[in-house]
Design a protein around this ligand. Sequence first.
Ligand code: AMP
Length: 407
Amino acid sequence: MNFKMFNLDPRIESGITALGYTEPTPIQIQSIPSILQQRDFMGLAQTGTGKTAAFVLPILQRLMKGPQKHVRALIIAPTRELAEQIHEAVGQLGRFTKVKSVTVYGGVSKIPQIGKLRGGAQVVVACPGRLIDLMNQRVIDLSGLEVLVLDEADRMFDMGFLPDIREIMKRIPAERQTLLFGATMPDDIRDLAQEILRNPVTVQVGETAPVSTVSHYLYPVEPHLKTALLMKLLDRTDTESVLVFTRTKDRATRLARQMKKAGFPVAYLQGDLSQHQREAALTGFRNGKHQILVATDIAARGLDVSLISHVINYDMPDTVDAYTHRIGRTGRMARTGDAFTFVTRQDRAFVWAIEKVIGEKIERRMLEGFDYNVPAPTGTGGFDRMRRPASHRSPPRPRKSLQHCWL
Ligand code: AMP
């Protein structure tokens, strides 16, 4: 089963490929054909099932033809985070199309949102309150609307948005396609569905495993031993595909080159690559030619490879959010995954911060048989070496168990 079965425009297929999706998820298989036929639709599916792409892909297909100058699809979501995620999905899946999307939500200035709306967008992803506000100010024209999506309708109801939804419904064209998604369908939502959906196709998909299928481990290590530890760890671990994160573009390139020299099937992804190089790296990673991808956070943004079995933080991320985001790349789509993080002394405070946020102590591990006592090289060229002049460096002290002495 692959995405070809939907006969989507090749530019949309390229967007799907660039994101690393190889096969549609159950909700996508069951919903995309009906939504493409412009049927109304009710989907019972949680976040994590791939429901966003299930409605974004057919919407993109529809919007590629026809007028480009006005709002044709409105997606309503309960929170700005969800609105941003959907907006990002439209941008990523539609990156090779001309379809533009804007977000509209409260808590931030209206001015940039109004500016973007005036700039012309076919998709608006909105939270109800600010949307009504902008409709009242007449800065948003929904008279040409063709598709309405209510995402996480049950949550919108819990948050008291139902009156707002009804209000919006009165002010948009009755002749439209309507899609409604929710993880649960309480009676009030069913009543609403009855009112607003016309002969809908209804699909329910089972729960998928949460991101907690990921196991986290910390590997305390001196900076100059990270590369050796990584190689040894990869030799010893049964992995499918591995995403390795470095802090900078330069480090991603250098690490990948060192690994390649040592015989690892590796590619790298960083912001300075051309689109062509980037795609070659991604395709090689996806089809298994390169089992390992070394990347920076920014380059890996939007990379959703459902087969990733291991995420290795060669360098600690800068923020706790970045940590959970990186780790979220494994364990997706009901698979299990492992996340290894290399920790140096400078990272200690950050480890405690992460543990506080995720509410659990992360297991410390040491790789058996790995020599943790190899001193930092004194010559030039060791790229993880502390940048201190050799004369100021104290001689290496042998350590029995690193993890107990400083982490
Ligand atoms: P959602 O349920 O829409 O929040 O999607 C959950 C995650 O699955 C998102 O990170 C998507 O990018 C990803 N995803 C969606 N469809 C697919 C697919 N067909 N293959 C792999 N990942 C996917």
